[in-house]
Design a protein around this ligand. Structure first.
Ligand code: ADP
Length: 278
């Protein structure tokens, strides 16, 4: 059976961040819940990550401010997850905690059965090096290195990486591998950064507004690439965005606002990335 039910895509609604899931929204199934604990997938999927009452707090003067409060969520292997919310909602905080780039103030973050909040700094470094690939909005390539060299650089972080040519082939850039970032288009630079992120075969591919600096057509190509990575290569892709249109291409949509996980929905019908426009 085809993964994308194109006959049904016309029925899909564009979901606003402020909207809570409801029964009339035919694109998604209201399996939640304000806390995410009941958002189980239909099929037998392996749980990769779980947040249990995770908080991140900062001091503002005498007061405590929560960038994230009591977040509960689950991420299943091979899924594409979109974390959606307006600016300041807590999306980057969530992404940084998923990737072990920040530490929680409270709660448990379970990765493959282990609570990474208990990890020492060295353990957390290994967690990031072995398990996490990150794609940034502005690519973060080294300008004096070619596309190939930017990807090959990952060997300094993790010994057992893919052949950079293989990674660049997966993103359709084999023919551009000897070009420097300045000789690549924005979309090609983002593809290079995706190749770099996947080179170490991460269990978790985190993407922070990956299309934010791209025009719509190029952005669609990048979204399609990320969607295919989850659909065809079974990579777990988590994308943070403020663009509510992207909700339609995900398996699971986590909406955040004011530091709180407002809802988690699972799409029954998933749009092909090339069908969304913004
Ligand atoms: P988003 O990515 O959704 O725009 P963030 O996760 O970056 O939101 O931020 C959520 C809230 O936490 C914001 O109000 C932000 O100002 C605050 N915040 C984030 N990082 C820090 C920090 N290091 N110190 C103080 N406040 C922070």
């Amino acid at each position: 059976m085809s993964i994308f039910n194109k006959n049904k895509t016309d029925e899909l609604n564009i979901i606003n961040v402020d909207e809570l899931p409801n029964a009339e929204n035919v694109s998604s199934k209201d399996t939640v819940d304000s806390d995410g604990r009941n958002s189980e997938p239909d099929s037998e999927k392996k749980l990769l990550m779980e947040f249990k009452n995770v908080s991140k707090e900062y001091k503002r003067g005498d007061r405590v401010f929560y960038a994230l409060k009591d977040a509960n969520l689950k991420i299943y292997e091979g899924e594409m997850v979109v974390i959606l919310g307006p600016s300041g909602a807590g999306k980057s905080t969530l992404l940084n905690l998923l990737g072990g780039m920040d530490r929680a103030s409270g709660g448990e973050i379970i990765f493959d059965g282990q609570d990474i909040t208990k990890y020492s700094d060295n353990q957390l470094t290994s967690y990031r090096a072995s398990n996490v690939g990150v794609v940034f909005q502005f690519y973060n390539l080294i300008p004096t290195l070619t596309a190939y060299e930017n990807v090959a650089l990952m060997k300094n972080i993790e010994k057992d990486i893919m052949d950079p040519i293989e990674a660049l082939t997966e993103v359709g850039l084999k023919d551009h591998m000897h070009q420097f970032p300045s000789q690549l288009s924005g979309g090609e630079q983002q593809r290079t950064s995706i190749a770099r992120a996947i080179a170490k075969n991460p269990r978790l591919l985190l993407c922070d507004e990956p299309t934010g600096a791209l025009d719509t057509d190029t952005g669609q190509d990048v979204l399609k690439l990320l969607q295919d990575m989850s659909r065809e290569k079974k990579r777990t892709v988590v994308m943070v965005t403020h663009n509510s249109t992207f909700a339609d291409i995900a398996d699971t949509v986590i909406r955040v606002k004011d530091g709180t996980v407002k809802s988690i929905t699972r799409n029954e019908v998933i749009k092909d990335a090339r069908e969304v426009s913004w």
